[in-house]
Design a protein around this ligand. Structure first.
Ligand code: CP
Ligand code: NVA
Length: 271
């Protein structure tokens, strides 16, 4: 009987559908609120939107650009606020990713290695948290000008305890990896940088050559949507399609867990 307001200021397939079907399956309802149709699209402040929506719904989920928007929403809302992707982080995706790694690699991920190839962006930032909090070691290869923000690197160094490294050479990063992960070269909101990014990220591709230096049975994960021929080759994508689409399915299960944790008065009998 609870309602989740779902604010989207960027496009979405997986996040929207998994949250909307997830809350329905738990006995609640999701309200899809496009940034274009809400009054925030016409300049109504986020802090006012937060105080209004809190009087109608039991939780607010938001996908937006600046991370500060989510922080302000959470500060002014009196109901739980869920981050469904900002330019800085994508935590709900990382939860589904760690769930998928556990399904394939076993409950104890300690000692396993996750390698991220590409942009030091929202996806990589949240995977640093996901990998280190499950005891995995984390390595990444990023072009020099596309490293994560300083405070994210400091977080990795502090909590990584010697199991955290970011280098510029993809083959060095992928050596003995158990999970290889990649994401698009140009994220939502960076469409105008597409050409510059194509040049900067050439070589930061998950392909057969890169997979050859990983551990046996290394998984490949991708948050999707994927750009074949850019961050991943079509053959590696198809070879690992079962893992990648199970990862997409796990968004639904992970989202339901987040909804129960944030919004349910008690654990539903059937989840
Ligand atoms: N991975 C992910 O968040 O997909 P959507 O952008 O389709 O929601
Ligand atoms: N880094 C990508 C992730 C999409 C799920 C983006 O922000 O567009």
């Amino acid at each position: 009987g609870k309602s989740l307001g779902m604010i989207f200021q960027k496009a979405s397939t997986r996040t929207r559908v998994s949250f909307e079907t997830g809350i329905y399956q738990l006995g609640g309802q999701g309200l899809f609120l496009s940034g274009r149709d809400l009054q925030i699209g016409r300049g109504e402040p986020i802090k006012d939107t937060a105080r209004v929506l809190s009087r109608y719904v039991d939780g607010i989920m938001i996908r937006t650009f600046a991370h500060d928007t989510v922080l302000e929403l959470a500060e002014y809302a009196s109901v739980p606020v869920i981050n469904a992707l900002t330019d800085l982080l994508h935590p709900c995706q990382a939860m589904a990713d760690m769930m998928t790694a556990i399904e394939y690699k076993g409950k104890d991920l300690k000692g396993k290695k996750l390698t991220f190839i590409g942009d030091g962006n929202n996806m990589m930032n949240s995977l640093i948290v996901g990998a280190l909090s499950t005891g995995m070691s984390f390595s990444a290869a990023c072009p020099k000008d596309y490293m994560p923000p300083k405070h994210i690197i400091e977080f990795g160094e502090k909590y990584g305890n010697g199991k955290f490294e970011i280098v510029t050479d993809p083959l060095e990063a992928a050596k003995n990896a158990d999970v290889v992960y990649t994401d698009v070269w140009a994220s939502m909101g960076q469409e105008e940088e597409k050409k510059i990014r194509e040049a900067a990220f050439a070589g930061y591709q998950v392909n057969k050559e890169l997979m050859a230096v990983t551990n046996k049975d290394c998984m490949v994960l991708h948050c999707l949507p994927a750009h074949r021929g850019e961050e991943i080759t079509a053959d590696v994508f198809e070879e690992h399609a079962n893992e990648i689409f199970e990862e997409a399915e796990n968004r639904l299960h992970a989202q339901k867990a987040v909804l129960v944790e944030c919004m349910a008065d008690e654990m539903p009998e059937k989840v």
